[in-house]
Design a binder for this molecule. Structure first.
Ligand code: ATP
Ligand code: MG
Length: 296
């Protein structure tokens, strides 16, 4: 595909842990993808953009080279890329809150772990050698890092290295391989990245439009619209309880002096406990509505 100067190019993972949430985010931002699952690219038919489906490891390179203006990738892959390049021409424009995981150092279950100094002179297998090396340097420990491209948890059994530094979300894989996490090396989540290269006015404007939609999607994810009634003396307590609401609208109720309707956009989750607290503070007729779209 030739790079069109008047279309955006967005790199997302073809198959893997980031694929579904990446597609969903683009869909929620109103982008309708034309091709099916197995295509390498998809044209968006209602926004000037093309989607490229690639290995997650290639996403930072594509964005830094300007082949794609945007990409969605794990913070861990981005960090490893940044540490490897002299001038990584990428910036994070939005943390996405998905694909959360941590890069952890793990030792054999039976190992007598005394802290990072236990690693001195040892071998550590990992797919993230640069992040691991930086962490070791921060700890002031000299150890040998062995790069593996996958199945890192097998390294101790294969006698490649007794220690590993690998991504963990639940810890089940470690446990199944007789390992236990002993230190947190890097916390990660999926991030939306943008090229810092010059992309011209048309694509810059398209990029701003896309970003504004995505930020809208991210802020509405937990946001709710709350409506309630209250007497004037309850208003200060009620506005304090409303989660993440700035400047609620307060409207007098017709024919009921001293009574008001409060309308507010709450940016944080609204739980049953919140409603109970609002009721206890004097609110009545409380309605919580989902917000479909929001542009700030
Ligand atoms: P690709 O074929 O695209 O190279 P991959 O096998 O390298 O895929 P996945 O396993 O799909 O990558 O993981 C993609 C990203 O999902 C990781 O880089 C990480 O940011 C995130 N992630 C979340 N939880 C985990 C986990 N438990 N293990 C590994 N990655 C996780
Ligand atoms: Mg990969």
């Amino acid at each position: 595909m030739l790079i069109d100067a008047d279309r955006l190019h967005i790199a997302i993972q073809k198959n893997g842990r980031l694929s579904d949430t990446s597609r969903e985010l683009l869909k929620d931002a109103g982008l309708r993808l034309q091709n099916g699952r197995n295509a390498l690219t998809a044209r968006v038919d209602n926004f000037p953009a093309d989607i490229m489906f690639v290995r997650d490891d290639d996403i930072p390179t594509f964005v830094a080279d300007g082949v794609c203006e945007f990409g969605i990738v794990g913070g861990n892959v981005l960090e490893e890329f940044r540490l490897a390049s002299a001038e990584p021409a990428v910036e994070v424009v939005a943390p996405l809150g998905t694909a959360r995981c941590s890069l952890k150092l793990a030792a054999p279950e039976s190992f007598d772990w005394q802290g990072p100094q236990s690693l001195a002179g040892q071998r550590i297998a990992t797919s993230y050698p640069r992040i691991t090396e930086r962490w070791l340097a921060d700890q002031g420990i000299a150890a040998t890092v062995v790069k593996m491209n996958g199945a890192v948890e097998l390294a101790p059994r294969l006698r490649i290295a007794p220690f590993i530094c690998d991504l963990v979300s639940t810890g089940a894989t470690l446990e199944a391989n007789g390992l236990r996490a002993v230190a947190d090396v890097f916390d990660s989540e999926a991030v939306l990245i943008r090229t810092t290269r010059e992309i011209g006015v048309t694509r810059s404007a398209l990029g701003e439009a896309l970003l504004s939609r995505i930020q809208g999607v991210l802020t509405t994810k937990d946001a709710k619209y709350i409506l309630l009634n209250a007497r004037s003396e309850s208003l200060p307590a009620i506005t304090r309880i409303l989660p993440g609401a700035e400047a609620p609208t307060i409207i007098p109720l017709h024919g009921r002096p001293g009574h008001f309707a409060v309308h507010a956009v709450c940016q944080e989750s609204v739980f049953w406990e919140t409603l109970e607290q609002l009721k206890a503070a004097g609110a009545s007729a409380i309605l919580v509505l989902p917000i479909e779209k929001m542009m700030l």
